[in-house]
Ligand binder design. Sequence first.
Ligand code: AP5
Length: 264
Amino acid sequence: MDPQREIQMHGHPNRAGWFTAGKVECDPIPPPREHPARIILLGPPGVGKGTQAVRLCARLRACHLSTGDVLRHAQCQHDRSPAMQAAIECMTRGELVAEELIIELVRERAGCLRCQGGFLLDGFPRTLRQAQALDQILADLGIQLDAAVCFELPLDQIVDRLSGRRVCPKCRLTYHVTAQPPSAAGICDGCGAALEQRADDRPESIAVRMKLYEEETQPLLQHYERAGLLVRVMASGSPDEIHLRAIETLQRQIDVPAPSAAPA
Ligand code: AP5
């Protein structure tokens, strides 16, 4: 099996704390690190943030905190609030979820930002207002960000990645029909479930998401550049090549553990 698949399935905490806003503890609880990595991931939809987050978290021994994953997790729950139902409908159309809801969703998970293992925050912030809210949440916690990593790729390659993406509805592994295919077509290697296309990966939703990225999220790059935190990484090539490029770039900014120290 692809080693990254193993990491994705077995080497991570289950992020229960993130999904349940701290009502259930993560298993395992990440061990403390002397210098936990505290990083946000930026970049257009489909550039490969989730794919890279798995590799970076394994190397940095940090936790992958994705706001998109929280919304998709809520999609599978029966007892969702009207606000969460409205958010899921926004996501399906490719639109951004209301600022108040998404900021509250992160604020009630602030315990995960304090995690002794560190974090990679993926999908938040996405607007200047969200970035300012995050600055305030982190200041209240007395925590400083180490870096804002932005993955970059030409639009035609992004659209190809999004339209070929398939996901497992059960264990959330991500595949691509040609670049990262499962062993048996349409079947998850991890749990055997039938793979699905995300509702927001349809062409009409992709167009909405790309436009919103340009209008709302790109201005954030200046915010983090001014703070001296922005790290740009070209996201072309294989996932492993991009990972090495990201590590090389990050090593200039943060303490990165040696590969042998990462969990197998
Ligand atoms: P979210 O889940 O954050 O989606 P996104 O940012 O649009 O990012 P994606 O998950 O689509 O892509 P990715 O960059 O992680 O790429 P991946 O690794 O899967 O958010 C979803 C929605 O939730 C938003 O649209 C919004 O509605 C809502 N939301 C979330 N946060 C919000 C916020 N803060 N404010 C408001 N609303 C919010 O890779 C893509 C594909 O490419 C895969 O098939 C993969 O296998 C393949 N691939 C990856 N790397 C490579 C490679 N090197 N070569 C070839 N193929 C590759």
